[in-house]
Design a protein around this ligand. Structure first.
Ligand code: ADP
Ligand code: ZN
Ligand code: ZN
Length: 825
C-alpha cells in the first residue's frame, strides 16, 4: 500500500511513501503521519492512498527507493474530502502549499518533528580551522563554533553565526569525518493528560464486611475505603492520598488484596472564563425578528448575508437565534469573533444559551486546554465552536452555519504567518463547500463587503435601530489646535472633556477613554539636534514605558533603559512626545484622584484572566473609568457607560495606507457605540488636530452610507479594492544590497505579465527596516472587471515565483506574497 503525503513546507507536490504492513489497517486519508523527510522526521498529512503508484504522475520508476511511513498520529481522520477541497482552494488562492494550508487545522504543539544536532570532533575542527585562509569566511565561522562545542543544534549554529546557509558546508565536514549529524526525534509538545483513578473492586456490601478486620490491622487503609464509599464516583489517587494523609503503600496493599483497583483516566483540561453575566431571556424586537426571518430564507443552502446593524442593535441575539435554529436542524455552527476583547462578553452570552454544547477558543488558553477542546470537537462532543480566526479550521463535522461577527475587523487576517488568509473571506468559501449560509455582521461593514452587498453578491440585512429605543450617542468634535490657542487645554485633555468626565463621576456613571497607542510617550527626541531615538533593528521610534522606565520598540520588542543624554550630540535636553495609554491613565489620575481607573491594552492584560477581571469590575461598578487602546472599542456592552472620550483621533489617520480612513471611521464609530446603550443618554467627545478630514463629519452624523460613498470614490480613483485585486510582495534580507537585488530580479520576472496586471516598481517599504531586515515591496494589482476571480493576478505571481526560484542568484532571501493585504506598510 502507498500513501501520498503533503508536509507543511513550501513544496507544491505530494510525496509517495509505502505503508508498512502493521500500519495498513490504521492509515486513513485525512490522518496525520510521521515520516522521514530528507534527513529529518516530520509530521505530514495523508491526502491519498492506493495499492499501486502511477509512474507518470509521480515520476517514480524504482519502487525500492520509496521510504516507509514511521507512524500514524490520528486514529480518526481530521479532515474529509469536502474539507480537503476547501484547503486546496486555500493553497491555490493564497499561493501556499497544500500542507501549509492543512497545518491550520492542527493545534500548535501536537506535531512530531526531528531536531537536527551536530556532534563535532573538536580536534579535527580545530585543525581544519587553522588551515582556513580566510578567517572571516562562513566556513571558518562554522568551524570555530564547532571547535568550541561538542554538541550543537543546527538551528542554534545558524543563530550564532547569523547565517542559514550551513548545509553544504556541514555536508562536506561530515564527509571529512569532522562531524556527525544526528536526528533526534522530538515528541509533540502537548499530549493527552492522564491521571490515576481509584475505584472499588468489590461490591459495596462486601467492602463493608471486610472493614472490621481492616480497621484492626491497617487503620489508614480503612480511611481510604471510607473516602471511596463516601461518593458514587471514582476518585483520583492523588486526591485520596492527600485527603486521608496516607502513603501509596496503603493504597497498594488494598490493590493487592483485591479490594480496590487503580486505572488511568484522561483528564480533560478546560478553560474557565471568570467573566460572568446573568442569563437573560430576550424576546426578539421587531427588527431582530425580521432579520432572523430573512436569514431563515436560505433554508440551509449557501448564501452570504451581510448583517449591518448599528452598535447596540442586538446582533448577538440574532446570531444566537439562528444558531439555535441550525442545531435544531441537526447541523453544527462556527462563530468567529475578533481576538481578545470581545470574547468574554459574547462567549458568555452564547454559553448561557448553549452550555456544554459549545467549545470556546481564545488566546488565553494553555496548549493543553486547546488540545483537549480540539479533540472534543473531533469526537463530536461539541455542536458550536466560537473563537478567533483559527476557529474556522477546527475539525467540526456537518457545518450548517458560519457567523463572522465584526467582519470588518483586522484580526481576521493572518498577517504574520503563511498562509496569509483572511478568515472572513475563507469563511465564505468554507460555507460554499459545505453548502450552508454564512452571516457577516458589523456596525461598520468593510468597504469590500458592502460593495458586494450593493452589487447583489451578498444579501443585505439591516438593523437600523438600537434595542429598546436607545438612541445613538451625540458626538462632539474638539479641535485641539484651536482649543490650545484659546488656552482651553490642560495637558492632553480639553476642558470640555475634563468637565464631562467630572459630571459622570458625580452621577456614578462610567466613562471609556480611547487612546490608540500603548506606552507613555510615543517618541523621545533631542531638543538640541532633533535626533529621534529609534530602534537599532527597526526604522521606528522607541516608545517610553513609564512603569518599567524603559524605551521599547513595538515592532521587535527590543528595549533599553531611558538614556540620560542624546546618543548623537550628548545634550541632556531629551524631550518626550506623543501620548500613549499610560500617560492618559496617569493624567486622569491627577485630575480625578478619587476615581477608580483601569487600563486595557496588551501590556496590562497579558496576565491570564486579567481582562475578565477588569470587565467584571467595570460591570459591577468597581471601576469608574476604563482607558485603553482599540481594545476598548470592540463589542463591550455596559449599560452604565454614558461618556466616551477619544484623546487623539488622528493616530490612525496619519498612517500612509489606503485603508487609513476606513480604519479610523470604524474605530471611532465602534468606540462611540459603547456609549448610551440603555435608557441613559450617551455622549462622545472626540479630540483631534485634524478636524477637517471628511470622516469626522461622517462619524458625527452616524452616516455610514455617506462615508461609504465618499470612500468608494477615493478607492476608485486610487485603483484600490474593491475595484482592483491587490497582492503585496515583500522581499527582505539583513543584507540591504541583496534585498534590493532580489527585489529587482522578482520585478523583472513579473514584468512579463505587465499586459494583464499592474506592477509597481520595487520600493523601499515605509518602515524600511524591521528586526534588522531591509524590506522592499512590489504592489501588484489586476482590475476586477478584467480579472473577476483574481486568476490572472495569481498566475502572474506564481510564474514569477517559479522563475525567481529557478533563476535568481538571490533566492535565499525572504520573499512573502500577501494576497489581499490588510495594509501596505
Ligand atoms: P450589538 O452587537 O449589535 O452592538 P448586542 O448584541 O451587544 O448589540 O446587544 C445590545 C444589548 O441589547 C445587549 O445588552 C443585549 O442583551 C440587549 N438585547 C439584545 N436583544 C434584545 C431584546 N430582544 N430585548 C432586550 N434586550 C436585548
Ligand atoms: Zn542631540
Ligand atoms: Zn525594533
Amino acid at each position: 500500500m502507498y500513501a501520498q503525503i503533503v508536509f507543511p513546507l513550501p513544496f507544491r507536490n505530494s510525496f509517495t511513501y509505502s505503508v508498512p504492513r502493521h500500519l495498513e489497517k490504521d492509515v486513513k486519508i485525512g490522518a496525520r503521519v510521521v515520516a522521514p523527510f530528507g534527513r529529518r522526521v516530520l509530521t505530514g498529512f495523508v491526502i491519498a492512498l492506493g495499492e499501486s503508484i502511477d509512474e507518470n504522475s509521480t515520476g517514480i520508476t524504482d519502487k525500492s527507493k520509496i521510504k516507509a511511513l514511521s507512524d500514524i498520529l490520528d486514529d480518526e481522520p481530521i479532515f474529509d474530502s469536502k474539507t480537503l477541497e476547501f484547503f486546496k482552494w486555500m493553497s491555490d488562492y493564497y499561493l501556499c502549499s497544500l500542507g501549509e494550508a492543512l497545518k491550520t487545522i492542527v493545534p500548535y504543539g501536537t506535531d512530531v518533528e526531528s531536531k537536527r544536532k551536530i556532534v563535532s570532533d573538536r580536534e579535527i575542527c580545530r585543525s581544519l580551522l587553522i588551515g582556513e585562509k580566510n578567517k572571516n569566511s562562513l566556513r571558518a565561522k562554522i568551524l570555530s563554533a564547532l571547535a568550541e562545542k561538542e554538541l550543537i543544534n543546527i538551528s542554534y549554529l545558524q543563530k550564532i553565526i547569523k547565517n542559514k546557509n550551513v548545509y553544504s558546508i556541514l555536508k562536506d565536514l561530515e564527509s571529512r569525518g569532522a562531524i556527525t549529524i544526528l536526528n533526534e526525534i522530538e515528541d509533540a509538545k502537548v499530549r493527552v493528560k492522564k491521571a490515576r483513578y481509584v475505584k472499588l473492586a468489590l461490591p459495596r456490601d462486601a467492602v463493608y464486611d471486610l472493614m472490621p478486620e481492616i480497621e484492626r490491622a491497617a487503620p489508614k487503609q480503612l480511611l481510604i475505603l471510607l473516602e471511596l464509599l463516601s461518593s458514587a464516583e471514582d476518585k483520583p489517587a492523588a486526591e485520596i492520598l492527600k485527603k486521608t494523609g496516607s502513603s501509596s503503600s496503603a493504597l497498594n496493599s488494598l490493590v493487592s488484596k483485591g479490594i480496590v483497583e487503580i486505572y488511568e483516566k484522561e483528564i480533560e483540561r478546560t478553560f474557565k472564563e471568570n467573566y460572568s453575566e446573568e442569563k437573560k431571556i430576550l424576546a426578539l424586537s421587531a427588527n431582530q425578528q425580521k432579520a432572523v426571518e430573512a436569514l431563515k430564507n436560505s433554508s440551509g443552502r449557501f448564501d452570504v448575508f451581510l448583517l449591518y446593524g448599528v452598535t447596540g442593535s442586538g446582533k448577538t441575539q440574532v446570531y444566537i437565534e439562528i444558531a439555535d435554529e441550525t442545531l435544531k436542524n441537526g447541523k453544527n455552527v462556527i462563530i468567529l469573533v475578533p481576538e481578545i476583547s470581545l470574547t468574554p462578553q459574547i462567549t458568555t452570552r452564547f454559553y448561557n444559551k448553549f452550555n456544554d454544547k459549545i467549545a470556546v477558543f481564545h488566546s488565553r488558553m494553555s496548549l493543553g486546554e486547546r488540545y483537549d477542546t480540539w479533540r472534543g470537537i473531533l469526537s463530536g462532543k461539541y455542536k458550536i465552536v466560537i473563537g478567533p480566526r483559527s476557529a474556522l479550521f477546527v475539525p467540526l463535522k456537518n457545518i450548517g452555519l458560519i457567523v463572522v461577527d465584526e467582519e470588518h475587523d483586522q484580526s481576521y487576517k493572518q498577517s504574520d504567518m503563511t498562509p496569509k488568509y483572511n478568515a472572513r473571506d475563507a469563511a465564505v468559501m468554507l460555507a460554499k463547500f459545505n453548502d450552508c449560509p454564512v452571516v457577516l455582521g458589523s456596525a461598520t461593514p468593510s468597504i469590500e463587503s458592502m460593495y458586494n452587498a450593493r452589487n447583489g453578491k451578498y444579501k443585505l440585512i439591516e438593523l437600523p435601530e438600537r434595542i429598546d429605543n436607545a438612541k445613538l450617542p451625540e458626538i462632539r468634535l474638539v479641535d485641539v489646535t484651536i482649543e490650545k490657542k484659546k488656552k482651553k487645554m490642560e495637558g492632553i485633555f480639553s476642558n470640555l472633556l475634563l468637565d464631562e468626565i467630572g459630571k459622570r463621576l458625580e452621577k456614578k456613571e462610567n466613562v471609556i477613554i480611547l487612546q490608540n497607542r500603548r506606552g507613555f510617550a510615543t517618541q523621545v527626541y533631542c531638543d538640541d539636534c532633533g535626533e529621534v531615538i529609534t530602534c537599532t533593528d527597526c526604522t521606528v521610534s522607541m516608545v517610553h514605558h513609564i512603569s518599567k522606565n524603559i524605551l521599547q520598540c513595538h515592532y521587535c520588542g527590543n528595549s533599553m533603559p531611558v538614556p540620560k543624554a542624546c546618543p548623537v550630540c550628548g545634550s541632556v535636553s531629551l524631550k518626550f512626545f506623543g501620548t500613549g495609554t499610560q500617560r492618559v491613565e496617569d493624567e486622569l489620575a491627577f485630575y480625578f484622584p478619587n476615581a477608580k481607573i483601569e487600563r486595557i491594552d496588551s501590556d496590562s492584560i497579558s496576565r491570564k484572566g486579567a481582562l475578565s477581571e477588569i470587565l467584571n469590575d467595570f460591570r459591577n461598578g468597581r471601576i469608574d473609568i476604563l482607558v485603553g487602546t482599540q481594545m476598548v472599542s470592540k463589542g463591550l456592552d455596559f449599560s452604565n457607560v454614558t461618556l466616551v472620550g477619544v484623546v487623539s483621533a488622528e493616530t490612525s489617520l496619519w498612517i500612509p495606507d489606503f485603508r487609513a480612513d476606513e480604519r479610523t471611521f470604524q474605530l471611532l464609530t465602534q468606540v462611540s457605540g459603547r456609549a448610551g446603550r440603555s435608557d441613559k443618554k450617551g455622549e462622545v467627545i472626540i479630540q483631534t488636530q485634524n478636524s477637517k478630514n471628511f470622516i469626522f463629519r461622517k462619524v458625527i452624523e452616524n452616516d455610514y452610507y455617506g462615508f461609504y460613498d465618499e470612500e468608494l470614490k477615493l478607492r476608485r480613483k486610487g485603483e484600490y479594492p474593491p475595484f482592483t485585486r491587490i497582492a503585496l510582495v515583500e522581499i527582505k534580507d539583513k543584507n540591504e544590497r541583496k534585498a534590493r537585488a532580489a527585489a529587482n530580479d522578482f520585478h523583472k520576472y513579473l514584468t512579463k505579465h505587465k499586459k494583464v496586471v499592474n506592477i509597481s516598481p520595487p520600493n523601499e517599504a515605509i518602515i524600511y527596516k524591521i528586526k534588522g531586515f531591509y524590506r522592499y515591496q512590489i504592489l501588484v494589482r489586476s482590475f476586477r472587471n478584467l480579472d473577476p476571480a483574481g486568476r490572472l493576478l495569481r498566475t502572474a505571481l506564481f510564474d514569477a515565483l517559479t522563475e525567481f526560484n529557478r533563476l535568481s542568484r538571490h533566492k535565499n532571501i525572504t520573499l512573502i506574497v500577501d494576497i489581499d493585504p490588510q495594509s501596505i506598510l
